[in-house]
Design a protein around this ligand. Structure first.
Ligand code: ADP
Length: 252
């Protein structure tokens, strides 16, 4: 695998169900995700976005084909190796934040490192916290934070272990347009300033317009591969889809 590729799907196929009720969720997908880029995956509901991301992140097992992350064949790993991969190489950001309610923001951010028994790089922690603007919220519990602040905690948590790649599943799906812009701006900054690689599933064309590249899925196939598309271009591609609202679009 070339050094500029952080993760790769080779002939990735996922079939759900049995012979009577067969769903081809991914149909021989081939794609390389580039290092230090934000790639958005778009497509109608049921097109295979979540399945692709779950297979890439080692959360779901492909039916056939290969998934490679940082040169490691994820699709050939056992549970122990997958756990290690998810702890050491992969960061996750979910639509529903997935913070531990009884822990403070700081404890949530540091939790993955503690679980993995990894040393805490305090200088990096400070930097990450400052980028997401959480300096004065570190002692707060999730219930004392707004949705946007909770997602910023989740972003900091994902970045803390310096993962090879962050998979973000509809990271702005539960946020208002202002908080969405903040979170997307932070993700973008982590790519531009720190070379973070991000793969983000989104329905929102405005969120996708922050990406360096937009892949469009339909019926388990990649049908479009757009480099730095403008917001208008993304809208054109999705002319027939319902869209959420929002503002600023950096690629416009
Ligand atoms: P998207 O994320 O684009 O909405 P998904 O990857 O969730 O699409 O789903 C792709 C297809 O696979 C859909 O037809 C969906 O119904 C089907 N599917 C997803 N997960 C399962 C499952 N656990 N069992 C059966 N079918 C599934």
């Amino acid at each position: 695998m070339d050094d500029h590729v952080v993760a790769q799907a080779i002939d990735l196929t996922k079939v759900y169900g049995d012979a009577d009720n067969r769903v081809l969720a991914l149909d021989h997908v081939n794609v390389e995700f580039e290092r230090g880029q934000m790639t958005a995956i778009m497509g109608p509901s049921g097109s295979g976005k979540s399945t692709l991301m779950h297979c890439m992140a080692g959360l779901d097992q492909p039916t056939s084909g290969k998934v490679i992350v940082e040169g490691l064949e994820v699709s050939a790993m056992n549970q122990r190796q997958l756990t290690k991969l998810r702890r050491e190489q992969i960061g996750f950001i979910f639509q529903s934040f997935n913070l531990v309610p009884t822990l403070s923001a700081e404890e949530n951010i540091l939790l993955p490192l503690q679980i993995a028994k990894k040393p805490i790089d305090r200088a990096w922690f400070k930097q990450v916290v400052s980028v997401v603007g959480l300096e004065h919220r570190l002692k707060h519990r999730p219930s004392q934070l707004s949705g946007g602040q909770q997602q910023r905690v989740a972003c900091a948590r994902a970045m803390m272990a310096r993962p090879s790649v962050i998979f973000a599943d509809e990271p702005t799906g539960n946020l208002d347009s202002h908080s969405s812009r903040e979170v997307l701006g932070f993700l973008k900054q982590s790519v531009q300033q720190y070379g973070q690689s991000i793969v983000m599933v989104t329905h929102d064309p405005r969120a996708a317009s922050y990406a360096d590249r937009v892949l469009v899925l339909a019926d388990g196939n990649i049908t479009q591969d757009l480099r730095h598309p403008s917001y208008d271009r993304i809208l054109e591609v999705f002319a027939d889809e319902g869209n959420e609202d929002g503002d600023a679009e950096p690629n416009a």
